[in-house]
Design a protein. Structure first.
Length: 305
């Protein structure tokens, strides 16, 4: 069933588990996400960035909405990193049930004003809203606290932000970053900050940049001819811990990008005569499904729907 983000995330926060918010850009990605959720009886969020909307538009949104409506588990369609009020309203017109307004690069008061405007309009239409406070970006463990405080989310400010905006869930900067290069070894994630913010706020918290960039997938990518540097993602145990203390929405894009490309590369490498797109993209879908299954197990959402 197609539901709002709040319908999925409020129970997750209360139950101390996380729900994967996976980015989609085509039918196969969408199927891997939603069909795996059904198989595992897990709620799930499918998200489209502005880039995904530019690429797939209403055609892609309709695929997600149709699969969601027919799904036997709760599914929300979410706008990832909406950059303006107009962008959020456009997504709502397209049928999204959750939108992110990301004004986190603006000064606090401007972020509040932009977010509050989206919240007012979205709530009138029964759509839930995510906003972000702080600057996303990888940081090292040894960085001194003052420097961390300069761009990671300040707990007291987070409380004020939520009070002033009425936002439904809040993305916090905790040291994670987008993409396949999140730091050396085991990338740092500020668990103490999550716990503090989780104590002060009862709404669901959101972790962006939560791909695991599994070593096994990175190796398969290389073995199939891909070129990739010192890739590293967020450790499974770190996500488990974060979900106990307030993180309820866990954003994953990079892992599915890697998985789909691994599937495609392997089919083409192993079967030079193959040119049936169903063989090529079907394998990509299988590799992505395995990633989604693993993530849902880590987050603890299996069996919650
Ligand atoms: O946060 C960014 C997501 O990974 C989406 O990336 O804007 O290239 O679709 P994109
Ligand atoms: P990853 O790059 O770690 O997959 O993060 C995706 C994300 O945060 C989308 O908003
Ligand atoms: Na988002
Ligand atoms: Zn993000």
């Amino acid at each position: 069933m197609l539901v709002t983000g709040k319908d999925i995330l409020v129970p997750a926060r209360a139950g101390k588990y996380g729900v994967g918010a996976f980015n989609t850009n085509n039918m196969e990605i969408t199927q891997a996400i939603i069909h795996t959720a059904e198989k595992l009886r897990s709620p799930v969020i499918v998200q489209m960035s502005e880039g995904a909307i530019k690429y797939g538009g209403q055609d892609l949104a309709n695929i997600v909405i149709d699969l969601a409506k027919r799904a036997t588990v709760p599914v929300a369609l979410h706008l990832d990193h909406g950059s303006s009020y107009a962008s959020a309203m456009n997504a709502i017109r397209m049928g999204f049930t959750s939108v992110m307004i990301d004004a986190s690069h603006h000064p606090f008061e401007e972020n509040v004003a932009e977010t509050a405007k989206v919240v007012e309009a979205a709530h009138a239409l029964g759509v839930s809203v995510e906003a972000e406070l702080g600057r996303l970006g990888g940081i090292e463990e040894h960085i001194v606290v003052d420097e961390k405080d300069a761009f990671l989310t300040d707990p007291e400010e987070a409380v004020k932000f939520v009070q002033d905006t009425g936002v439904d869930y809040l993305a916090i900067a905790i040291g994670t970053s987008h993409g396949a290069y999140k730091g050396k070894g085991r990338p740092y994630i500020d668990q103490a900050r999550i716990t503090k913010i989780g104590e002060l706020l009862s709404i669901p918290l959101v972790a962006h940049g939560s791909s695991g960039v599994p070593a096994e997938i990175v190796q398969r990518f290389r073995d199939a001819g891909g070129e990739i540097g010192d890739a590293a993602g967020i450790a499974d145990d770190d996500l488990r811990e974060a979900c106990k203390h307030g993180i309820a929405k866990v954003n994953v894009d990079t892992d599915l990008r890697l998985a789909s490309t691994v599937g495609i590369r392997e089919v083409l490498r192993d079967n030079p005569k193959e040119f049936d797109p169903r063989k090529v993209f079907g394998k990509a879908r299988d590799v992505m499904s395995a990633i989604v299954e693993h993530k849902m197990g880590v987050l603890g959402s299996v069996g919650k729907a």
